[in-house]
Design a protein. Structure first.
Length: 419
């Protein structure tokens, strides 16, 4: 059973589907307010009770031309609600998950006990800048520890103050910092490269495990709003601002290997090559998956130059053709040409690898479910640093899960190097 079947069963079991305008209307799981239409492609034979030759208006079906999770959900709903002769029947759809629950439970129960010592060991790799004139500065390692620990706890700065004192009492930090100091360092530009460095360091213990990667971006909402007058509709429009996280993740453990931050106006494709280069410094690159937003010749060639294979769909309506009709590739064909040939003439082979791109969506879901999809910070720098703290905390949680699920040795960050 593949991921689409599982998701289709989830939709059929939890979401009421309705019929209208000659099609089934299926709500999107990821885009609020979006509904996809599932109907027979043959209008002359169209029937609300037909389960064969169904098409969907979602991007996944348009790309693969094969049943997507929405089509599967409609087929399950029809089988559950209507019998062969049209009578109403009831059938329980059972959703199953491929999960080592014993290892998962151990990881979750021991996560908090392991998290803080691992975080302290990770932050101990941060060098302290030389002290000049003025009041003695607090250790950057302590400030990074407190900032990430606060994001992990989900508490406000004042309510988190007792946790700061407790960490100092346990010897995890050197000084008991005031909550205003934690906030001041969190919105400091000097903290941004340090947190980015910690993201890289926290992923290194899994360099022997991860060879396939997926790239995408996601947004975290802020407390600020953008207002403008829309001349088309003749009224003022309001939209919440958000910051954008661009990330490359391993598809096996969901660890984040490289990050870049931007505001909500930034495009995705220009961030692909920096993320790829940062990942390639420490990981072997085999396959790299991304959606159509990253479909450019330069991005394909960048992956090929590193010895990897880019599984990035091509833009436009490119029909799947028979492999027997494929022309012979020249000996010196570029990565772009090879992948276009694979996409056009061996679509099933291409999609069998491309489906792993969904793991980056899983990574973003994990981060937002555990640490929230909104930000407390009000300054631009503070908001970006807060997102980076969420990513570092997520990576440490992935390491703890890997210790229980794949037998990863307990990492010691002070013995690692990013040089």
């Amino acid at each position: 059973m593949d991921a689409r079947e599982i998701k289709g069963m989830q939709i059929a079991a939890t979401t009421p589907l309705r019929k209208g305008q000659g099609a089934w209307l299926v709500p999107s799981q990821t885009k609020s307010g979006t509904t996809y239409r599932v109907a027979s492609r043959n209008r002359a034979l169209a029937s609300l009770f037909a389960t064969s030759d169904m098409a969907c208006t979602c991007p996944d079906y348009e790309l693969r031309q094969q049943p997507c999770k929405h089509v599967i959900a409609v087929e399950l709903t029809i089988k559950r609600e209507f019998g062969p002769t049209g009578e109403v029947v009831t059938e329980q759809v059972k959703v199953t998950y491929a999960q080592d629950w014993a290892a998962y439970n151990r990881a979750q129960c021991q996560e908090k006990d392991r998290f803080l010592p691992m975080l302290a060991d990770l932050c101990a790799t941060i060098p302290q800048p030389p002290q000049g004139r003025g009041r003695p500065r607090l250790p950057m390692s302590d400030m990074a520890f407190d900032a990430i620990h606060r994001v992990y706890s989900g508490l406000s700065a004042r309510r988190f103050d007792s946790d700061v004192r407790e960490a100092t009492a346990k010897g995890l930090t050197a000084q008991d910092a005031h909550f205003n100091s934690v906030l001041r360092y969190l919105r400091s530009p000097e903290m941004t490269p340090i947190l980015t460095h910690l993201v890289t360091m926290s992923a290194l213990p899994l360099k022997a495990v991860e060879t396939d990667f997926a790239v995408d971006s996601t947004g975290f909402s802020t407390c600020r709003y953008v207002r403008w007058f829309d001349h088309k509709w003749g009224k003022e429009q309001v939209k919440r601002e958000w910051v954008k996280l661009h990330a490359m993740t391993g598809v096996r453990t969901n660890v984040v290997t490289a990050v870049e931050m931007s505001d909500w106006r930034s495009n995705d494709s220009p961030h692909f090559r920096p993320l790829l280069a940062a990942t390639a410094e420490h990981f072997d690159i085999r396959d790299v998956m991304g959606d159509k937003a990253y479909s450019s010749k330069a991005n394909h060639i960048a992956v090929g130059d590193l010895g990897g294979t880019p599984f990035i769909p091509f833009k436009g309506d490119i029909p799947a053709m028979h492999v027997e009709d494929a022309p012979t590739l020249p000996a010196k064909a570029t990565t772009w040409t090879k992948m276009y040939h694979l996409f056009a003439y061996q679509r099933d082979t291409f999609l069998s690898r491309y489906h792993q791109r969904s793991n980056v969506e899983t990574t973003f879901s994990m981060i937002k479910a555990k640490f929230g999809d909104s930000l407390r910070s009000k300054s631009d720098v503070g908001q970006m640093n807060e997102v980076l703290c969420k990513v570092v905390a997520h990576n440490l949680c992935c390491l703890i899960a890997a210790i229980h699920e794949i037998g990863l040795d307990l990492p010691t960050f002070q013995g690692l190097s990013v040089a």
